[in-house]
Design a protein around this ligand. Structure first.
Ligand SMILES: CC(C)(COP(=O)(O)OP(=O)(O)OC[C@H]1O[C@@H](n2cnc3c(N)ncnc32)[C@H](O)[C@@H]1OP(=O)(O)O)[C@@H](O)C(=O)NCCC(=O)NCCS
Length: 170
């Protein structure tokens, strides 16, 4: 009998069924403790980056049904700090899907849990590559392009990918 892989990719003739953005949307909430903070009492940038990477990886794995590795991190701008005793909220969604790679946007906000006030912290875009059991890049399902918003998101992601993969002049 064919294994799971054989059933899923019969000679790779069958395209993978598209998956909606909603199927992989991922939220994380982190409480900022002293061990996350720098000498000013705000979260280390590197700690935020680790949470961004984790949240994006979970989203990529939910979309692809595969393990996924981080291939590229776009510029990250840190807008406002989050301090000890406040909350970091992260939300990731797939913005565009290519052959084996996926662009994921992760929006990070600070929150004062006692008042509900929220503020922007970071908006990040990471590219993840799905890998198979041999750790080789493997195809991922396309996005369901059922709304103008998702179609625009896919097209904008394709434009960003072209610029990411263009060698920079030195
Ligand atoms: C990411 C990785 C799997 C790509 O492997 P590779 O041999 O270059 O594979 P390919 O050339 O077939 O590319 C695979 C995909 O990665 C994409 N990719 C490769 N480099 C990229 C870059 N700099 N930016 C964006 N996408 C990139 C390719 O475009 C391709 O996507 P596509 O199939 O959707 O077109 C490999 O470089 C790797 O394992 N890197 C280390 C990952 C890692 O350790 N991350 C940190 C821990 S998770």
């Amino acid at each position: 009998m064919a294994g799971f892989e054989g059933l899923r990719y019969p000679g790779r003739a069958m395209p993978l069924p598209p998956r909606p953005q909603s199927a992989s949307r991922t939220q994380m909430t982190e409480y900022v403790l002293p061990q996350h903070a720098n000498a000013l009492g705000s979260v280390f940038g590197g700690q935020i980056m680790a949470w961004v990477d984790l949240c994006g990886a979970i989203c990529a794995q939910r979309h692809s049904g595969r393990m996924a590795v981080t291939a590229f991190v776009d510029d990250m701008k840190f807008e406002l700090p989050v301090r000890v005793g406040e909350v970091v909220r992260l939300e990731a969604h797939v913005t565009a899907v290519f052959r084996t790679s996926m662009e994921i946007e992760i929006v990070v906000e600070g929150e004062d849990a006692t008042t509900g006030r929220r503020w922007p912290c970071v908006d990040a875009r990471l590219t993840f590559v799905a890998i198979d059991e041999s750790r080789k890049p493997t195809e991922v399902p396309p996005l369901v392009l059922d709304t103008e918003v998702v179609r625009h998101s896919q097209a904008a992601g394709e434009a960003r990918r072209a610029s990411r993969l263009t060698p920079k002049a030195t």
